[in-house]
Design a protein around this ligand. Structure first.
Ligand SMILES: [Zn+2]
Length: 227
């Protein structure tokens, strides 16, 4: 285990780059573009940029970088885990933001064709499909939490403590509504559910430097930008 004064990170860019390098080498990823933006506040996200091919990208609010170092490790590892597990290309995440548009276009086409009942069924099925996608997204969040611990441990960093720091930060701002019922219509599980899953997850105790088992990243999908 790396000692605290050897931990990479802090608010210097080279430390963050070293942290991402450690995590992505364990995740068998070709590299991740990291964008730290103060406008994102305390949010973070994993996405793929299609403009230049499928480039794995990680957005991180500066609040995470300027705050607790453990929380920063956990946040970045969680987003790297999304990439490593293929979540950014999963159908639920891709479909979710497009679902209302698809449903409206399909219903309008059915109405124009005189199929009123078909249009009504589409409009009824769309919210159900959204709930299914949201449930899938919440499962991805739990999987990313557990895999982040694996990646951090493999990098010689404190995995469980880092994810706990992340969840402590989220819990401090979580609304009572989200803790009770609101999570049913959210992409993320409530903190209590994430803690429960993390405690129950069997995280391989990999020694530092060991490559964590992940779904191999499709390297042929990576097309760097042309200069
Ligand atoms: Zn996530």
């Amino acid at each position: 285990m790396t000692t605290p004064d050897q931990l990479p990170g802090g608010d210097d860019v080279s430390g963050i780059a070293e942290l991402v390098r450690l995590l992505t080498s364990g995740a068998d990823l070709p590299g991740v573009v990291v964008l730290v933006d103060e406008d994102l506040g305390d949010t973070a996200a994993a996405l793929e940029v299609d403009q230049c091919g499928h480039t794995p990208m990680l957005l991180c609010g500066s609040a995470w970088v300027e705050g607790s170092r453990l929380a920063m490790y956990g946040t970045i590892a969680h987003e790297v885990a999304h990439h490593a597990l293929g979540h950014t290309r999963a159908s639920a995440r891709v479909l979710l933001p497009r679902l209302p548009c698809f449903a409206l276009v399909a219903a309008a086409a059915a109405l124009l064709g005189g199929h009123v009942w078909v249009a009504a069924l589409i409009l009824l099925a769309a919210p159900l499909a959204r709930l299914v996608c949201l449930r899938r997204c919440r499962r991805h969040e739990r999987e990313a939490d557990a895999h982040a611990v694996t990646l951090l441990n493999a990098a010689g960093l404190p995995g469980t403590a880092s994810l706990t720091a992340v969840l402590d930060g989220i819990a401090a701002a979580e609304s009572r509504w989200n803790r009770t019922l609101g999570w049913l219509a959210a992409t993320h599980p409530p903190v209590w559910a994430r803690r429960r899953h993390l405690n129950a997850a069997v995280v391989p105790a990999l020694p530092p430097g060991t490559t964590a088992a992940t779904r191999p990243y499709a390297r042929e999908e990576v097309h760097p930008c042309s200069p």
